[in-house]
Ligand binder design. Structure first.
Ligand SMILES: [Zn+2]
Ligand SMILES: [Zn+2]
Length: 255
């Protein structure tokens, strides 16, 4: 059998491979952790700042409740309960037989740890729906200004954005999931291996910072003043800055 999510070969009787099972369970647990911040985000007069609960927005909005967040919680609740019924073999039409009176958070955690999570026939479909909801929750909890562009999708070239703590990003256009670090490094590689890529000191500093390389704007202009770094009509070459940045260490380690 093939994993319904990533198409690698899985054991007979399993709808998801071990890697996708871990990620599916991880997403469910992450959503369980997000239930409280989500409820806090309902109040439109007080912006708790989602994953960073220190920011407060005092302006009075037109409605006291954020309806988009309410809809999202409803959708998450319905999906989590449906998944639980599916896992526990309760017929969807017979849902009244479900005597559990668990809240959303407990239901999500129960699903994540359910032994049938990967053997249920449509696990891949549920993983897809849950990933989609998780992405929407992230958008509510991490306001767009906290997410930044990290590089292009490996499949469709769409610019992807991610929060600082995101390990995985899902392309909003083609749905491809990819590791955030891989996207960042690929971007850095394209920038540094193509010697026609130019940018201002600020552009380069920002692009490198996203990939985890620290070089300040000031350092770049100082290099130019000292004659180490040529400045072209359209800016500095990323590859020149990159070579200066890693160069000294490389020569040291060769010696
Ligand atoms: Zn898989
Ligand atoms: Zn894509």
């Amino acid at each position: 059998m093939n994993c319904q999510n990533c198409k690698t070969i899985t054991e007979e009787g399993y709808s998801l491979c071990a890697t996708c099972e871990l990620r599916f369970a991880g997403t469910l647990l992450r959503l369980a952790r997000d239930v409280t911040p989500l409820h806090d985000s309902l109040d439109a007069t007080l912006h708790p700042g989602g994953h960073s609960p220190t920011r407060i927005q005092t302006a009075t909005p037109p409605t006291p409740i954020r309806l988009d967040v309410l809809d999202l919680i409803d959708m998450l609740d319905a999906t989590a309960r449906e998944l639980w019924h599916r896992l526990d073999g309760i017929d969807a039409l017979d849902w009244r037989k479900d005597k559990r009176n668990e809240d959303l958070m407990a239901t999500l955690i129960a699903c994540a740890g359910h032994p049938k999570l990967t053997t249920v026939a449509d696990a891949g479909l549920y993983m897809h729906v849950i990933n989609d909801l998780a992405r929407k929750v992230d958008t509510v909890l991490d306001p767009p200004e906290q997410r930044r562009e990290i590089g292009n999708c490996e499949l469709c070239e769409t610019m992807l954005t991610a929060g600082a703590a995101d390990q995985w990003v899902t392309c909003p256009v083609c749905g491809r999931e990819q590791r955030a670090q891989t996207v960042k490094l690929r971007r850095l590689k394209t920038l540094c291996w193509d010697d026609s890529e130019r940018g201002s000191a600020a552009d380069i500093s920002k692009a490198f910072a996203v990939s985890g390389l620290k070089v300040s704007r000031k350092t770049i202009t100082t290099w130019e003043q000292r004659g180490k770094l040529p400045r072209h009509a359209d800016g500095y070459a990323y590859c020149d800055v990159y070579r200066l940045l890693i160069g000294p260490d490389l020569t040291k380690s060769v010696r």
